[in-house]
Design a protein. Sequence first.
Length: 293
Amino acid sequence: MSEVQAKLVLGDCREVLKTLKDDSIDLIFTSPPYADSRANTYGGIKPDEYVEWFLPTTKELLRVLKPTGTFVLNIKEKVVNGERHTYVIELILEMRRQGWLWTEEFIWHKKNSYPGKWPNRFRDSWERLLQFNKAHKFHMYQEEVMVPMGDWAERRLKNLSETDKVRDPSKVGSGFGKRIANWIGREKAYPTNVLYLATETKNRNHSAVFPEDLPEWFIRLFTKPGDWVLDPFMGSGTTNRVAQKMGRNSIGIEILPEYFEVAQKDVKPAKQLPATQLALMEKKGKYAATKSK
């Protein structure tokens, strides 16, 4: 049996984070209150004030994240006076000045987004998941999120041309190239940076719950059993609940008592997981830090 810890803290993450050790967290996955949203619960931060409000938090997150760790931020701009506000772009630029590397951007495509009609735009059906790192070399277990090749592989690989059998350089002179024959006999491929997931349909007494599959995908990609996962805006505890199920230790911070109580019901301070369960979670193979391109 292996013990998985979950430390839930009631309080303001800007203060609680100061109590955490330097370089102690493997993955930060969180979705802070969006600008002007959840005014009745989190106060509704104004778009023009959002960057100034959030930067003290990212400063502490930079300190507690391991050099090999990753920070994934779920966030989306809102519309103000008929146009998208730029606070997310401004936040990215300021975080880079803090020392963060903006490594990648993932898109969460909401398959069941709520229908709507606006005079100058269509309904929102996606959100950003921004990946930040402290260094160019970080832990990334890509094999853990591979997907089936699909029917296209059988059709495409059935009759290969001579070009498919050699490295075919890009026609635009980018320096990139491909060799289609490399995929013969493979059952799985690496995914894209677009995640197709439905939104959470069970409210869980929280105003903005994301689906469990969302943190699970990133926990698989950036951690292994026994690592530490942090959600500084825990809400009802989705990230911590998923991390515990997957054999990862976690820390969750929530400022509102009512949401904190919901999380406490589902996430136990310590949970014993059978070694066989952990073995199933950790795919066999050699894992290594992946250097970002």
